[in-house]
Ligand binder design. Structure first.
Ligand code: N01
Length: 868
């Protein structure tokens, strides 16, 4: 990791105040409390005339939290927790606002909050190393640190319906509701929008209005809140171990103390699943649904089981079948758009004065003086309520003109989507923090838990600066880029990015489609943030009058699913394989195959034997479903010439067969140490010759024969290509070499970088070589094919290498050497993957794209042989 320390020669001007915080909601209040306790002069600027943030503005009827209130509370002060009693499972907006007012008073926060003050612009003064904020009062405030605690859902979306300003009746926005309330008695009311705000307010508005028309563009999934007093068992759980309860929330997936299931939705019977969903429906909480199965957001079929369960509930609740069907969401998997929690929402449509207008069938044409015209009818209205949502996660931040180093505008930097390091900081914007910013769990978690974690991280960071005599901290470009990539990689494992939602910025016309929150979970994320600190603020440049430090690096460069597999392997607490006997290592490999996903279905699997170089060899043939005959791929399994077999590589062979529509024949070869070098390539060659000769009998197309292999198997594949070229055949149409061993040279950088890293370590590779070949034989081209004098006239190749693999550099070198010798080569370097991850079919989903490209490569070799 490049860590550079130097001497700074910089001037640090005197600020008016150490820290300015924008916003006095949950985040701003806690920031102020904590920073003041640490001795930092702090000023909070709040646009409203009181504290509360979201809970100040969103006063629409029915507004409540949708996480249980005992969980949706501060946990930083035991006394505060003891003295405040929530009256309901899901508290109303007035009660939550009273709570925040109480917190402000209890900790005497108001003295450092300036109300009715909006930050209009913030500019980093590079000469003085401080922020200059311009306030709407005309005042300028200079501060060392600027923290935006402006909320994720606070900037209302600009209304994008023609004629909205023409309406002669009263217009209301749920996000800016009048403080005195609204009486709809006797009125014809129209509500546009059926997200959480609409779904919460519609049943209450219906109680007053003479007529209520709900204009719905996209139906949402909602579950009943079953609200009531706080459950005694919840109170008891908290009372009996407050700190344990809160810690469980902090170390959870979603910020509430619940464990995710380890089970897939399709692993149990329909009856069991239904019973579980029924019990969760009765429970009336969103998070348990999220956690019900571990494949809910990965597998569309798993998700559909819940989606259809909820649709059936809608059909049962709504009398009119046409209205019920219009309320059923089909356009997105459950939960990939924020689901809602309601009280009598669906039942409201059974009331005679309530009707639903399905805007997908008859879109809004315009708003007129009298009401709303759709493509089919005119609706006369006295009042219009817009529950049309927010410019989520980035809207409130870029609403302020923020200029970083060299005048770089945050708005411009984020033009293609937000870029942050940890959702907390932005490269080019020193001493600037965003609480629950894009790239952090935020809206996918219990906000209060995520807010507390961010506040504490920021305050600790500022304190660290002071302790170390440092004045500025700034994320590096590399760290930020790595984090953005990691956030996207995690999102891409799920169904979320495929849904048009505000999580994707899809609700705001022109907003870039980027998955905004971090879906790795509150626990994983907290670990990452802590690790950044433990590694001396990895990914940051820090500066003070006496010194400058640069600790560049990427905190999570592995694909997230690869990390999960590694964490699982670590949990097995196995000794390193190179300390095992060969028998123990083989037993371990067999045990690993027992519970893993089987890989895709292939049409036929046949086991047989063929003659090897010194006796019979077993083979397993995978036949695709398409009508034969098929091209053939001779496959050699991985395992360092010592381990493995058909079973260990079975899912990968199935995958290759299904994707390439070729027969894959996985051939055994003799293993070391019983049969050392050159037993493996000699067997490989014998098998190849036999398969070429009997191709037609096996259902293959004679002459259409490729070879493939993984790791040591790729070594065998590469070597047999050279042997076939030099000994008169058979003709090979292509070679697929997946993370191949091609040279016995431990001095390459990839060996050093990944020496003790990721399943295949340098000592393990040494162990394999020691079992396989005498030192004098190891540089023989039959062991190290990269050493061959001549690489010309070899079959076209796909060479696959993984970023975190000791064998990476030799694979790269082989691809380059083949190309230099005039061989057609496609090199596939796989970012974030390890030596063993690409073959982990259905476990490492992020490897699927590479697996598809490998199969496509094989197909192309073969197609190239087919006469046009
Ligand atoms: O906003 P939304 P929200 N023509 O974006 C429709 C949190 N929250 O304020 O989906 C017609 O969800 C839009 O339609 P479509 C919670 O995280 C929490 O309700 O774009 N319709 C959609 O139906 C929530 O997810 C609570 O097709 C238009 C609706 O307006 C988030 O805040 C309570 C339209 C907007 O739904 C946002 O919720 C409230 C147009 N031109 C909110 N433009 C709690 O319970 C938009 N729509 C804690």
């Amino acid at each position: 990791m490049p860590t550079k320390n130097g001497t700074a020669n910089r001037f640090f001007g005197q600020p008016d105040v150490d820290v300015v915080v924008a916003g006095a909601g949950f985040a701003g209040l806690y920031l102020l409390h904590r920073l003041r306790k640490m001795g930092f002069s702090t000023k909070v600027l709040e646009a409203a005339d009181d504290v509360g943030g979201t809970w100040y503005w969103n006063r629409y009827p029915g507004a409540r939290c949708d996480i249980k209130t005992i969980d949706y509370s501060y946990s930083f002060d035991a006394e505060l927790e003891k003295e405040w009693q929530w009256s309901e499972k899901y508290a109303t907006q007035p009660e939550i606002l009273r709570y925040l007012q109480h917190v402000a008073d209890r900790f005497e926060l108001r003295t450092d909050i300036e109300f009715c003050r909006r930050v209009e612009s913030a500019a980093w003064d590079d000469d003085a190393s401080l922020w200059r904020l311009r306030i709407d009062s005309g005042q300028e405030v200079r501060c060392r640190y600027y923290v935006m605690a402006t909320g994720c859902l606070s900037q209302p979306k600009t209304l994008d319906i023609e004629g909205a300003d023409r309406f002669a009746g009263a217009t209301y926005f749920t996000s800016r509701w009048p403080h005195e309330g609204v009486d709809f008695t006797g009125m014809r009311v129209g509500v546009v929008g059926t997200g959480s705000s609409g779904i919460q307010s519609i049943p209450i508005i219906a109680e007053q209005a003479a007529e209520l028309t709900v204009f719905q563009r996209t139906p949402n999934f909602s579950i009943p809140a079953h609200n009531g007093p706080v459950a005694p068992e919840d109170l008891a759980a908290l009372a009996n171990g407050r700190e344990k309860y809160r810690e469980a929330a902090r170390r959870s997936q979603a910020g509430v103390p619940l464990e995710p299931s380890g089970q897939g939705a399709l692993q149990i019977s329909q009856e069991e699943r239904h019973a579980l969903y029924e019990s969760l429906w009765e429970r009336g909480e969103l998070v348990p649904f999220y956690l019900a199965f571990n494949d809910m957001y990965i597998n569309p079929a798993a998700n559909e089981t819940l989606a259809e369960f909820v649709r059936n509930k809608i059909r049962a609740a709504v009398d009119d079948p046409e209205t019920a069907e219009a309320l059923c969401p089909y356009d997105h998997p459950w939960g990939t758009k924020r689901p809602c929690l309601d009280s009598n929402y669906y039942q409201t449509f059974n009331l005679p004065h309530v009707r639903l207008v399905d805007l997908r069938k008859t879109p809004i044409a315009r708003i007129t003086e009298q009401g709303i015209d759709t493509s089919a009818a005119s609706f006369g209205l006295d009042a219009l309520v817009f529950a049309t949502g927010f410019d989520a996660m980035t809207g409130a931040i870029v609403a302020v003109d923020i200029a970083g180093r060299q005048g770089l505008q945050l708005r411009d930097k984020w033009a293609e989507g937000p870029k942050t390091y940890l959702g907390l900081t932005v490269a080019g914007f020193p001493n600037f923090f965003t609480v629950t910013g894009p790239g952090s769990p935020s809206v996918l978690s219990n906000m209060t838990v995520s807010i507390e974690q961010h506040v504490e991280w920021i305050c600790d960071c500022i304190q660290h600066q002071r302790r170390e005599g440092l004045e500025t901290i700034e994320a590096t470009e590399a760290a930020e880029e790595g984090w953005v990539q990691h956030v996207n990689d995690f999102g891409d494992l799920t169904l979320f990015p495929k849904t048009k939602s505000w999580y994707m910025g899809a609700n705001v016309p022109g907003k870039p489609r980027v998955f905004l929150p971090y879906i790795g979970g509150v626990d994983t994320y907290r670990t990452v943030c802590d690790e950044v600190v433990q590694k001396d603020y990895l990914g940051f440049a820090l500066e003070g009058p006496a010194e400058s430090r640069l600790n560049d690096g990427v905190i999570r460069p592995l694909q997230p699913d690869v990390s999960m597999v590694l964490a699982f392997l670590e949990s097995l607490e196995q000794p390193p394989m190179e300390t095992m006997s060969v028998a123990e290592a083989r037993e371990f490999i067999v045990s690993m195959a027992v519970d893993r996903p089987p890989g895709p279905e292939v049409d036929q699997i046949e086991d047989g034997v063929l003659p090897g170089a010194a006796g019979e060899l077993a083979y397993r043939l995978y036949r695709p479903a398409s009508p034969g005959p098929h091209p053939m791929v001779v496959y050699f399994h991985g395992g360092g010439w010592v381990l493995g077999g058909h079973d260990s590589d079975d899912p990968f062979c199935r995958d290759l067969c299904v994707r390439s529509e070729a027969i894959v024949i996985s051939v055994d070869y003799r293993h070391a140490p019983e049969a050392r070098f050159p037993a493996a390539p000699d067997d490989g060659m014998a098998a190849l010759q036999w398969i070429a000769e009997y191709a037609a009998d096996l259902g293959g197309i004679p002459g259409q024969l490729a070879v493939a292999g993984w790791s040591a198997g790729a070594n065998v594949a590469a070597v047999v290509c050279q042997m076939a070229r030099d000994t008169g055949g058979p003709e090979i149409s292509g070679q697929l070499l997946v993370t191949p061993v091609v040279d016995c040279d431990f001095s390459r950088s990839s060996y050093i970088e990944n020496a003790d890293g990721y399943v295949l370590t340098t000592p393990l590779m040494q162990w394999f070589w020691d079992h396989y070949a005498d030192p004098a034989q190891r540089l023989d081209p039959k062991a190290s094919p990269l050493r061959a004098d001549n690489l010309a006239h070899l079959p076209p190749a796909v060479v696959v290498t993984c970023q975190f693999d000791p064998l990476r550099d030799e694979g790269d070198a082989y691809a380059r050497a083949l190309a230099a010798a005039g061989v057609e080569v496609r090199h596939l370097p796989c970012r974030g993957q390890i030596h063993t991850s690409l073959t982990a079919v259905d476990m490492v989903v992020s490897g699927a794209a590479a697996r598809a490209q490998m199969a496509a490569g094989l197909q192309q070799f073969i197609e190239a042989l087919v006469p046009v």
